[in-house]
Design a protein around this ligand. Structure first.
Ligand SMILES: Cc1ncc(COP(=O)(O)O)c(C=O)c1O
Length: 361
């Protein structure tokens, strides 16, 4: 596919070309059935097999223990911001949140609708350029859970290791799920919108320990109760069929690449190239503190906003797209999820060097 560009978008984001090519065939005629994948009943044996295979690959790749349910939900990762407290809190109940960026803040706002929320840490005054170390906060003894965002997509920070606590950990892994090996048994809930590291937009994967399914107050609406979806294997109503299929194809690709551990090694090397380029120059400045750096999203600045605008425009002319930083911090951002090729990072680095030499501050 010679006419494809390098797409640094934060999400929806680059998917493996093989997955896109397979999807383009399956949309028209799925497995020689004569019916396109997005036309077939979600209760057909063909689609039921797609959903079951997708779940079993995710279980295998993430080594999800048997006492966890995997749910494929709609409403975006943002709906988890209210579903979690709606299912787990209620009058008089408390939870602790770590405020490490826009997505954590939005989750805190929603959680306050359902319980007493203790924000034990915030890096807002430092423009969210870091995540906390374990001694930077204390967790209230009465809290039901500790909520955090494992990778902060906008600010380019990532927890290098996870909080250690007896409390249930709840993590928004929307922008780093499957990018590194994790121990699922340490978590109560992990959730992630698919559109960064897992597939197309439209499905949110929720991995939930089964004892948490019985905590929802009696007045929880049916569609917003995790148990509804767990009891029906995410087929209580029509699921987002194409998105689930897309996740399945990405997981097949991930297995072929050697699984999560191989991907983690590649992600460390790939992000390392870009951080080395930033660190070895006075021209580019990374946003995140070094010990909090993300392997997935790398925001950086140039000497001025004018130079940043010129950089983004000229990069696009040579096929390096989507480098504009999020509107809340401006500057530039390279999002380099699992499927983003190392060659694209190398091309960006070559461009950064040329641009710095040609455009003095
Ligand atoms: C870490 C994180 N959480 C949540 C969201 C919101 O996801 P959605 O648009 O699926 O609601 C995003 C979107 O970029 C994100 O990066």
């Amino acid at each position: 596919m010679a006419d494809r560009v390098y797409n640094f978008s934060a999400g929806p984001a680059t998917l493996p070309v093989d997955v896109l090519e397979q999807a383009s065939k399956d949309i028209v005629n799925f497995k020689e059935t004569g019916i396109g994948l997005i036309e077939m009943s979600h209760r057909s044996k063909e689609f039921m097999a797609v959903a079951a295979d997708t779940e079993s690959m995710l279980r295998e790749l993430m080594e999800i223990p048997d006492n966890y349910k995997v749910l494929f939900l709609q409403g975006g990762a943002s709906s988890q911001f209210f579903m979690i407290p709606m299912n787990l809190l209620g009058t008089g109940k408390k939870a602790t949140y770590l405020n490490t960026g826009t997505w954590a803040k939005k989750a805190i706002k929603e959680a306050k609708l359902f319980g007493d929320i203790d924000v034990a840490y915030s890096s807002e005054e430092q423009t969210f350029n870091r995540v906390p170390l374990k001694d930077d906060y204390t967790i209230d003894a009465d809290s039901e859970y500790l909520y955090f965002v494992s990778n902060n997509t906008i600010y380019g920070t990532q927890f290098p290791s996870f909080p250690e606590t007896e409390k249930d950990l709840i993590a928004d892994m929307s922008s780093d799920i499957l990018s590194r090996k994790i121990d699922v048994s340490k978590f109560g809930i992990i959730f992630a919108g698919a559109q960064k590291n897992m597939g197309p937009a439209g499905v949110t994967v929720v991995i939930i320990r089964d004892d948490l399914l019985d905590k929802a107050p009696a007045n929880t609406p049916t569609m917003l109760n995790y148990k509804t979806h767990a009891d029906k294997d995410s087929m209580f109503n029509t699921p987002p069929c194409f998105a689930i299929y897309g996740v399945g194809e990405v997981l097949k690709w991930l297995k072929q690449q050697g699984g999560v551990e191989a991907m983690e090694a590649r992600n460390i090397a790939k992000a390392g190239l870009l951080y080395d380029c930033i660190d070895s120059s006075d021209y580019y400045r990374g946003h995140a503190e070094v010990t909090s750096r993300s392997l997935m999203n790398i925001p950086f600045n140039l000497p001025s906003a004018d130079l940043e605008a010129k950089f983004i425009a000229e990069a696009a002319e040579v096929g390096l797209m989507g480098l504009k930083g999020h509107r809340s911090i401006g500057g530039c951002r390279a999002s380099i999820y699992n499927a983003f090729p190392t060659e694209g990072v190398e091309k960006l680095i070559a461009f950064m060097k040329e641009f710095a030499a040609a455009n003095k501050a």
